[in-house]
Design a protein around this ligand. Structure first.
Ligand code: 6R9
Length: 655
């Protein structure tokens, strides 16, 4: 980025007060901000008491060797005990923990007492396979209950897990197995996606032929799809239903140090080898449990929570597994895609289970907008009381659509900013406290310190943009990059002294509320102005014909970069309509000013996305600059790029 701070163009004036009933009964009120401000560490020590410790911590934070943090270092606890056993001991064994909905329509409801037995059996099975505390276990599973059970079984015996998305290739899997030096892989024959079984085991077999994966002793295989022609390596492969089912359903959890590693989760980053983000036990669980309680206002007796993320994404770790279960919630786990077998599948699930809190990603909301308002309107969504968003900046128009068409113009929407590295939610409105603004994550949570700085690390004034930084350590922060402390320092702590740099651009509005503007690598430089891709995308999405937009800066001889936009139209709009491109350009000009008008606008059918729904602008930049495509291995569907390239020459607008 140049020295000029990010141009601050978008104006959004809509405001939504918290519903009075919700505010009156809210788990967390405005007083929490004051308390945390007065004594940040005392505040977190108090939140740690949400958990059951075998040995209560007496120290809160050890920051004597920054940026290597230790939280609650002399405390000892077991994560699985906190997520399962203690609820059973408290008489809640009959409460449903998980309502599982398979894509083909098979269902299973698992109570906390059943979950305790399943997790105990799986823990005993891992022990029989020789897994010891500290050994890494790779998990490559679809969204089935065994994924949650496996994670908790690992946590129970102190074996850090490393989840790899079911959609990743054998190569991606091999790299991750090797980097973590995993000893066991848990997988399935396959999973269901879009109505069809999709095999997983062959990718494991292939990954384990690669050098560096020799330490994998066993592959534990869940039978999900029942394919018959499955390759089997005798002595290495073992069926879940043979090994796990034969185990005793009793296992006594042992406590681990608060800083014992809980999991490694790889983030791809834009270049180079994936980073193994390391999370530990006590601080992580404290912040995840607290944020789930505070941001979603969870009432475990009556709420039905549903986070639609994949468990292989950090959102699934924190808000399918560790947050909801540590809080004794009842939740939905859905295996498939939102449009299988029809585009109302999610709304049907909300209606069926009476979901009260829904947590999803902007990409899913924009897809629902594209499919049309009439689809959710066919279902009874009146049980919903809180809606959440995560993963990307949510365009104000998508936010308002979500509130109106899913939340009946009644439910608060909480836009939650965080990262794999932060472990849990950092910036978000609180549903019973904050007057919300569509498109803004707004305020750091109680106990969290975040701000926006300029190139010289000076905090920017309200109304200006710059870089998002975190200025104090937080309990669920990453502890390092697995095996690479130097890379941890270089990546996050070297850009600004004593501050964690998140890699995101942001602005503070006139009230001091924070708006995320996308990754700084994506920021465009147009005739001397830094323009955020997010703002131009949001301006495009505010046009009634546009459901989704991705904007990139392509090298341009006159203006340094020229704005190039790829748009997906709403269901009833026609991509060939005469004057459409001009109409969209004029609309952006009116919303943001003439400098932000895209030079080219290209209607497309799909956009390249990661499995967690983030748009891969890097690939669109390659297309816009006529380069060969970079790494496409983390794309959900690589045919999307071929499609976009084939559309490119005819549909551009040059002037
Ligand atoms: C949880 C998760 C982290 C990056 C982050 C930012 C983007 C996430 C956001 C958001 C704007 C939000 N991001 N939530 N941007 N508003 N509410 O997504 O983790 O996959 O590691 O991605 O996602 O750019 O830096 P991860």
């Amino acid at each position: 980025m140049s020295n000029e701070s990010l141009a601050n163009l978008l104006k959004e004036e809509r405001r939504f007060a918290p519903p009075a009933g919700l505010a009156a009964e809210a788990n967390v009120t405005a007083e929490a901000y004051e308390r945390a401000k007065a004594d940040r560490l005392g505040f977190w020590a108090e939140q740690a008491r949400r958990l059951s410790w075998e040995t209560e911590p007496t120290e809160t934070l050890d920051w004597s060797n920054p940026p290597f943090a230790k939280w609650f270092a002399d405390g000892r606890l077991n994560v699985a005990y906190n997520c399962v056993d203690r609820h059973v001991e408290n008489g809640l064994g009959d409460r449903v923990a998980i309502h599982f909905e398979g894509e083909p329509g098979d269902t299973r409801s698992i109570t906390y007492a059943e979950l305790q037995r399943e997790v105990s059996k799986a823990a005993n099975a891992l022990i029989e396979l020789g897994v010891q505390a500290g050994d890494r276990v790779a998990i490559y599973l679809p969204m089935i209950p065994e994924a949650v059970v496996s994670m908790l079984a690992c946590a129970r015996i102190g074996a850090p897990h490393s989840l790899v998305f079911g959609g990743f290739s054998a190569d991606a899997l091999a790299t991750r197995i090797k980097d973590a030096d995993a000893r066991v892989v848990i997988t399935a024959d396959g999973g269901y996606r879009r109505g069809k079984p999709s095999a997983l085991k062959p990718a494991v077999d292939e990954a384990l032929t690669r050098p560096g994966t020799e330490n994998v002793r066993s592959v534990l295989v869940v039978r999900r799809t029942g394919q018959e022609d499955i390759a089997w390596s005798e002595g290495r492969d073992v069926w879940w239903h043979d090994l796990v089912e034969a185990q005793s359903d009793q296992h006594t959890p042992q406590a681990f140090d608060a800083e014992h590693p809980l999991f490694i989760l790889y983030t791809s980053g834009t270049t180079g080898k994936p980073k193994g983000i390391l999370h530990t036990t006590g601080g992580y669980l404290t912040q995840i449990s607290y944020t789930h309680h505070a941001v979603f206002d969870l009432k475990p007796e009556t709420d039905v929570f549903w986070c639609t993320a994949d468990v292989g994404w950090v959102t699934g770790h924190s808000y399918i597994v560790y947050g909801p279960l540590s809080n004794g919630a009842t939740e939905v786990l859905y295996e498939g895609t939102p449009d299988s077998p029809h585009q109302g599948r999610w709304w049907e699930i909300v209606q069926k289970y009476g979901v009260t809190i829904l947590y999803t990603a902007p990409t899913a909301i924009r897809a629902a907008m594209k499919w049309g308002d009439d689809i959710p309107a066919k279902f009874d969504l009146s049980s919903l009381r809180i809606l959440g968003s995560v993963g990307e900046p949510i365009n104000p128009e998508a936010w308002v659509w979500y509130r109106k068409h899913i939340g009946a113009d009644r439910t608060p929407v909480v836009d939650t900013w965080w990262q794999t590295e932060t472990g849990g939610i950092m910036i978000s409105p609180l549903p019973g406290v904050t007057e919300t603004k569509p498109g803004s994550a707004q305020v750091p949570l109680p106990g969290i310190a975040a701000t926006v700085v300029d190139d010289d690390a000076r905090e920017v004034a309200n109304g200006s943009g710059g870089y998002l930084v975190l200025t104090e350590p937080w309990p669920s922060m990453l502890r390092t990059i697995w095996g690479d402390d130097q890379r941890y320092l270089d990546t996050y702590w070297s850009r600004f002294e004593h501050k964690y740099f998140a890699g995101d651009g942001a602005k503070k509005d006139d009230d001091g509320d924070i708006w995320l503007l996308g990754r700084v690598d994506d920021v465009m430089l147009v005739s001397g102005h830094n323009i955020s891709t997010t703002e131009v995308e949001s301006a495009l999405v505010s046009h009634p014909k546009v459901a989704e937009a991705a904007v990139v800066g392509a090298t341009d001889p006159q203006t340094t970069q020229a704005i190039c936009a790829f748009v997906i139209l709403r269901g009833d709009a026609d991509a060939h309509e005469e004057g459409l491109v001009e109409e969209l350009r004029a609309h952006v000009g009116k919303q943001l000013g003439p400098i932000a008008k895209p030079k080219r606008i290209l209607p497309v059918a799909e956009l390249p996305k990661t499995r967690s729904g983030k748009i891969m602008r890097r690939l669109l930049r390659d297309v816009a600059e006529n380069r060969t495509l970079g790494d496409v291995t983390t794309l959900t569907d690589s045919s999307v790029m071929t499609l976009i390239q084939s559309q490119l020459p005819t549909a551009s607008s040059e002037d």
